[in-house]
Design a binder for this molecule. Structure first.
Ligand code: ZN
Length: 247
């Protein structure tokens, strides 16, 4: 089985379409989504509908999905995120809001090899920002491969017994990661719609459970078009600016 892995799309339709049209992404069996379909970007309805139409085998909610769906207040968000969340909540159709509200919390076990979560396997809203948290997450994970998002920053860690090894992080983390049978892995594929590792290209991943390989990809997309939509929607300007910076 080949899994296409998408995380943190954030209502960026241009980035999502570029990923789905990218050559390696043509060859997959199942889609898994690590949450945050909406928030920040100008196309929440189109993105939710695109994901719904691709029928993911597993999908978890993100913190922005919860706020946009009205399950949680935007109290913990900074001013810009809060304004975007309010804009998104208003923009969503009833059907899309209900879809987001019904998304399960992670972690979710997808197969004997794979589990997914938004923030961390011990807390759907926790940020894995350092190796210390990653090691905790790795200990908590119940499957050999745990995929997470939320930080918008690619990271891969391997654990074997009590030993942990950083495979890579940020834009340097590219290409193929062999998933060795006796080890545990914690991998963040990066963000489709709002990368924050200094590389503005959309990030996504594929996991092949037959060959036991994880592939991380970056793909260019129409950033200027996505930025123009953010401005035209009246969303905060920094949300447009950061897309070209990848921060
Ligand atoms: Zn996010």
């Amino acid at each position: 089985m080949r899994y296409l892995v998408l995380s943190d799309i954030h209502a960026n339709l241009e980035a999502l379409e570029a990923v789905l049209a990218d050559e390696p992404a043509q060859d997959y069996d199942q889609l898994v989504v690590l949450g945050d379909l909406v928030g920040y970007g100008a196309d929440p309805n189109a993105v939710v509908e695109r994901i719904r139409s691709t029928n993911p085998v597993a999908i978890v909610r993100g913190n922005h999905d919860k706020v946009a769906a009205g399950l949680e207040s935007s109290e913990g968000f900074n001013t810009i995120a809060r304004r975007a969340a309010e804009w998104t909540a208003n923009a969503l159709t009833k059907a899309n809001r209900e879809y987001l509200a019904a998304l399960p919390a992670g972690p979710l076990e997808v197969s004997t090899d794979l589990e997914i979560c938004h923030g961390a396997p011990y807390d759907e809203d926790a940020y894995i920002v350092s190796e210390r948290y990653a090691v905790r997450a790795l200990r908590f994970a119940v499957r050999p491969l745990c995929l997470f998002g939320h930080t918008h920053f690619p990271l891969a860690l391997r654990g074997e017994g009590d030993r942990f090894q950083l495979i890579g992080r940020g834009p340097l983390l590219d290409g193929r990661i062999p998933i060795v049978e006796s080890s545990k892995y914690l991998i963040n594929p990066g963000s489709v719609g709002q990368p924050r590792d200094g590389d503005p290209r959309a990030a996504y991943a594929l996991f092949d459970d037959m060959t036991r390989e994880m592939f991380l990809y970056r793909v260019e997309y129409a950033v200027a078009q996505a930025q123009a939509k953010v401005i035209a929607a009246g969303l905060p300007e920094p949300l447009a600016e950061r897309l070209i910076l990848g921060r």
